[in-house]
Write a protein that binds this ligand. Structure first.
Ligand SMILES: Cc1cc2nc3c(=O)[nH]c(=O)nc-3n(C[C@H](O)[C@H](O)[C@H](O)COP(=O)(O)OP(=O)(O)OC[C@H]3O[C@@H](n4cnc5c(N)ncnc54)[C@H](O)[C@@H]3O)c2cc1C
Length: 450
């Protein structure tokens, strides 16, 4: 639930692991400029790739050994894709790009005067150019109980936790005689992520789970979407917002609009207007914030604690340090989405290559190619080039194409295509079988025993 509980990333684990691997950054040959890129997400990988032909040594540092394609995490959470379909082993970048070395470590400190960074294993690494692309994490906005009782979805392990908890709770509902409707899922946040999660869960319920859980009274589970504003998908054109809301309602998603979340309890979500919505599983799909360590790096911070950069994505007033992607805020205030991260990462990589070659650097001119969201089977929205609205089957096909092509690795593209077509595509798969994990045997308490 909370990020501390995330397997593989807890502090003790990281320290133990680090002790076994001290001195993880390979030596850089003398005279070769050293570019250190922190974060192997959309922005970091785009930057690394843009440096492929430059006469530099690139060190890519990431606290995970894989890149995560966040836009499809909710498919993992709802049993539509395998976790490995949306992740890519970062060390394989070296196969195609000999000038890159990948280091599995966690950045903890930046010393811009000394031009060094410190990793969690206490290793101090010198850089000639530093690119910070370490993304963001969930923001609970200090909502009481949210971190403890709601499930975030900012990593593969968090998505798996949602999926496995869903099935544990369904098994409990199936083995426990209840008088109410079964399992209640509440999704907090009416942006694209919240809408996609709610839509996917509703489709899973209708096509896969209703027949699989005949023991559960009434519906297998109910899905409620809570949104503080009066409309969902507020970053889209009004027509697309209305289409999204109508498609969710068609799939029996209960939209609770106009009130925020005051508190999250183990068994309910309390709204700011006093309403209490019973919840067996609360998914937190709203709000992001830079990782807490960013505050300690002594860099200038702007709105939302993001690192302030100029139009070339240089950190304001700090020589040879750049920030790209979600962690940065430029004068153009680009949205925290994949495309701005890819374009800024690639642009900074090209600028560094130009500098090394004695050339000039240029500001980033961001091209808004469009944004999209899927609600379910052949129901999606796309806003192309910031203004052209597309809905229904065409938007769904576009969504499918963009998401398949955006993945890293041919195998991931193939398996994801198979997974998504199975889930949404053909009439003969109207009852797609969800991908499940381990669920402990649920045994109802024996009468007379505590
Ligand atoms: C569930 C979900 C759905 C989304 N859906 C969409 C969508 O449909 N369309 C869209 O455009 N955008 C979507 N986004 C947003 C998009 O994923 C982000 O805008 C994008 O990932 C930002 O790229 P980035 O490179 O800045 O960060 P990320 O891709 O998050 O990469 C950051 C990397 O830094 C690493 N890292 C973090 N801290 C450290 C550290 N201290 N040391 C070393 N490594 C570190 C992380 O492990 C990670 O690999 C979604 C996000 C989420 C969470």
């Amino acid at each position: 639930m909370s990020e501390q509980a995330e397997p593989g990333l807890s502090e003790p684990f990281a320290q133990e692991d680090a002790a076994a691997r001290s001195g993880s950054v390979p030596e850089v040959p003398d005279g070769v400029p050293h570019v250190v890129v922190v974060g192997g997400g959309f922005a970091g990988v785009a930057c690394v790739r843009a440096l492929a032909d430059a006469p530099v040594r690139v060190t890519l540092v990431d606290r995970r050994i894989y890149n995560t394609f966040n836009p499809l995490l909710y498919q993992v959470a709802s049993g539509g894709l395998n976790p490995g379909d949306v992740t890519y082993f970062l060390r394989s970048l070296h196969h195609r790009q000999p000038n890159v070395r990948v280091v599995h470590e966690h950045l903890v400190g930046v010393d811009a005067q000394a031009r060094t960074i410190t990793l969690l294993n206490d290793e101090v690494v010198h850089y000639d150019h530093l690119v910070l692309a370490n993304g963001v994490t969930t923001n609970y906005f200090d909502t009481p109980g949210a971190k403890e009782h709601a499930f975030a979805m900012y990593s593969r392990s968090q998505a798996l936790k949602i999926r496995d908890t869903l099935f544990v709770r369904l098994e409990v509902a199936a083995s426990t005689p209840r008088t109410d409707d079964g399992l209640r899922v509440v999704v907090v946040g009416g942006g694209p992520t919240g809408v996609e999660v709610a839509g996917a869960l509703a489709e899973l319920r209708d096509q896969g789970l209703r027949p699989a859980y005949p023991e559960v009274d009434g519906d297998a589970f109910s899905v409620t979407l809570v949104q503080r504003g009066d409309e969902v998908l507020k970053s889209f054109l009004p027509r697309l917002r209305r289409y999204g809301a109508a498609q969710l309602r068609r799939r029996d998603v209960d939209l609770r609009l106009g009130a925020g979340v005051a508190a999250v309890h183990p068994d309910a979500v309390e709204l700011t207007d006093g309403t209490r919505i019973p919840s067996d599983l609360t998914v937190w799909a709203t709000g992001v914030h830079p990782h807490p360590e960013v505050e300690r790096w002594g860099l200038p911070l702007g709105h939302g604690g993001r690192i302030r950069v100029d139009r070339e994505h240089r950190v304001e007033g700090v020589a040879d340090v750049y920030a790209v992607g979600d962690v940065s805020i430029s004068p153009d205030d680009l949205p925290q989405l994949a495309q701005p991260a890819i374009q800024a990462g690639g642009h900074v990589g090209k600028n560094i290559a130009a500098l090394v070659a004695g050339g000039r650097t240029t500001p980033l001119h961001y091209l808004d190619k469009g944004t999209m969201a899927i609600i379910g089977r052949r129901a999606a929205i796309a806003q192309l080039f910031g203004k052209v609205p597309v809905t229904s089957g065409i938007a769904w096909l576009l969504w499918l194409f963009v998401h398949i092509m955006g993945l890293m690795g041919g195998r991931n593209r193939l398996t994801t295509l198979a997974g998504l077509v199975t889930r949404y595509g053909f009439p003969f798969h109207r009852r797609p079988v969800p991908i499940v994990g381990d669920v402990p045997t649920v045994r109802p308490p024996k009468p007379g025993k505590d």
